[in-house]
Design a protein around this ligand. Structure first.
Ligand code: NOJ
Length: 571
């Protein structure tokens, strides 16, 4: 491992000597245009169970993460978002929190967290925690008290209602993880509401005591040095107090339940008041709030930025992840839509709930080239990218082959239509040794066979690897003002094969050309109307081997699924 880190470090020194001068190196800096640290940062989501296992029990841990900070720094990651590592019965692998102010023993201790935070600071890497705001575990002391009697101190911290009649839940709302969202609790003879698993009762955000306790959780972590939160499932924070039935649509979903619109239990306007108040607390610590925001259109996305940009700084644009084919016109339309939004764009192509981009876009033949192409896209757009661990290697999904191997409960419930999310959560591939160097013990999920070629150690020695491309691109992104701050200008908008755009910042223009087709393409550009006087581009980064230093704007040749990025002179 050491060798591959040393190799990566050497590579950086060679290609980007200026890379020590970053915005992240000056924690509170705001540039002349007023950009905040989170606008220039590259975020990296890591799933703690699967990143690095320091004690070889088959499950990743905080000390494992700390041991990989050199790698993350060399990759040019500025902030890591750690999926939940709090104490939890692990029904939903950490998204069922039983104590918000501690670390689950399987991941380490608070002392280990403090060590990680101190080390991360040394590396100029910020830590973002996952804030599971909508629900707790049914083992949280709040819920244990809540369910103990109708008059318990915490009774109203959750949503309890009488059924409509014997064996009839209060209304027709469904859990997104299958079947009714109501669970009858015989002890007190009422139903409680859970948008997710039965073991994840929803908090009652209409109760000011809940709000205070949950706000205090964020303050507690800010004091421990975290730089923000990724807000889990914000859409689901509030429910209609009248419990109006949701409208039912024809057909059934993967769990065999009726299709319905979650009109009365998601995206209620009340949630914006909570977000505004959370933002005020975050602002006291120069922190960022990232949202898991499943929006249907830009109007909905804008609501999450807030009318006065006073809610979430980075609501994730999941609409981008629904462009599930290499279609320049579909991407153009989605980018244009996000460009028209009222806040700073946030791009994501994979996460722990979505099939890895390597499989979603890959055609089975050119997957590595396509992985680079996708990097060339979302790391050069105007906005903040959130990477998912292993994306930089071309890690693939490794779905369970048999129902009995499935760990994620939704995979067990919905098999075979729904295989669950195990496939996108497999261990990080560090090297070619057994278990991909993640652990000496059998890991909690198996690595795919492709780990033998797609791992940090071998890819860092291979200039044609996906990792090499990410390293170059991330270095370029950090050092090029046009890529960091430049406006986005769509080019050649009728080209069915090639997605091209300019990023323009004052006197600098960068041209990005992405060939989304299986054949070589020659793209030609007339950029006079964009204030570009020159007729040539100086190559900054290109996927084709031996790409010329200069390329004529009248014919930029890009190989199948290739990427070309060049500097052009002008505004
Ligand atoms: C969204 C998280 O990303 C997902 O993994 C989890 O199962 C649900 N929220 C419930 O917390």
């Amino acid at each position: 491992m050491r060798n591959s880190f040393a190799l990566l470090a050497g590579l950086f020194a060679l290609i980007v000597p200026q890379f020590t001068l970053t915005a992240a190196a000056q924690p509170h800096s705001v540039d002349a245009e007023g950009h905040q640290w989170w606008q220039h940062a590259v975020f990296y989501e890591l799933y703690p169970r699967s990143f690095a296992d320091s004690n070889n029990d088959g499950i990743g841990d905080l000390n494992g993460i700390a041991s990989k900070l050199d790698y993350l720094k060399q990759l040019r990651v500025d902030a890591i978002w750690i999926s939940p590592c709090y104490p939890s019965p692990q029904v939903d692998f950490g998204y069922d929190v039983s104590d918000y102010e501690n670390i689950d023993p399987m991941y380490g201790t608070l002392k280990d967290f403090d060590h990680l935070a101190a080390e991360a600071k040394q590396h100029n890497i910020r830590i973002i925690m996952d804030y599971v705001i909508n629900h707790t575990s049914d083992q949280h002391t709040w819920f244990l008290d809540s369910r103990s009697s109708r008059t318990a101190a915490h009774r109203d911290w959750y949503i309890w209602r009488d059924g409509k009649g014997p064996d009839q839940p209060p209304n027709n709302w469904l859990s997104t993880f299958g079947h009714s969202a109501w669970k009858f609790d015989p002890k007190t003879g009422q139903y409680y509401y859970h948008f997710f698993y039965v073991e994840q009762p929803d908090l009652n955000w209409r109760n000011p005591e809940v709000e205070k306790a949950m706000f205090d959780v964020t303050r507690w972590w800010y004091k421990r040095g975290v730089s923000g939160f990724r807000l889990d499932a914000v859409d689901t924070l509030f429910e209609d107090p009248n419990l109006t039935d949701n409208p039912v649509r024809p057909g059934t979903n993967q769990f065999g339940d009726p299709e319905m619109d979650n009109k009365y239990n998601t995206k209620l306007p009340e949630l914006h008041g909570v977000l505004r108040d959370l933002r005020k607390v975050a602002d006291e610590s120069n922190a960022v709030l990232i949202g898991e925001t499943w929006t249907n259109d830009i109007a909905e996305l804008n609501r999450y930025y807030g009318e006065h940009n006073d809610e979430l700084q980075l609501p994730m644009d999941f609409m981008f992840t629904t462009v599930n084919k290499l279609s320049p016109s579909d991407f153009r339309a989605q980018i244009a839509a996000v460009e028209s939004a009222s806040g700073w764009p946030t791009y994501v192509i994979s996460n722990h709930d979505i099939i890895r981009s390597y499989n979603r876009y890959g055609d089975g033949q050119h997957n590595d080239a396509i992985a680079k192409l996708m990097a060339g896209l979302y790391l050069t757009l105007r906005g903040t990218p959130i990477m998912y661990y292993g994306e930089e290697l071309g890690m693939e999904n490794n779905d369970p082959k048999r129902k009995e191997d499935v760990k994620d409960p939704i995979g067990q419930l919905g098999w075979p239509k729904q295989k669950g999310r195990d496939g996108e959560r497999t261990p990080m591939q560090w090297n070619g040794s057994p278990n991909a160097g993640f652990s000496t013990t059998k890991p909690w999920l198996p690595v795919p066979e492709s780990y033998k070629t797609h791992n940090v150690a071998s890819e860092s020695k291979d200039p044609s690897s996906v990792l090499y491309f990410y390293i170059h691109l991330l270095a370029l992104r950090h050092s090029n003002r046009a890529l960091l701050d430049g406006k986005y200008i769509a080019l050649n908008e009728n080209d069915p094969n090639v997605l091209s755009y300019l990023r323009q910042y004052r006197g600098e223009s960068v041209l990005v050309v992405l060939n989304m087709s299986t054949s070589e393409q020659k793209a030609s550009f007339d950029l006079k109307s964009n204030g570009v006087s020159g007729t040539e581009a100086t190559t900054l980064l290109a996927t084709a081997g031996g790409q010329a230093k200069q390329a004529s704007l009248s014919a930029i040749t890009v190989e199948p699924f290739g990427v070309y990025i060049g500097q052009v002179s002008g505004r």
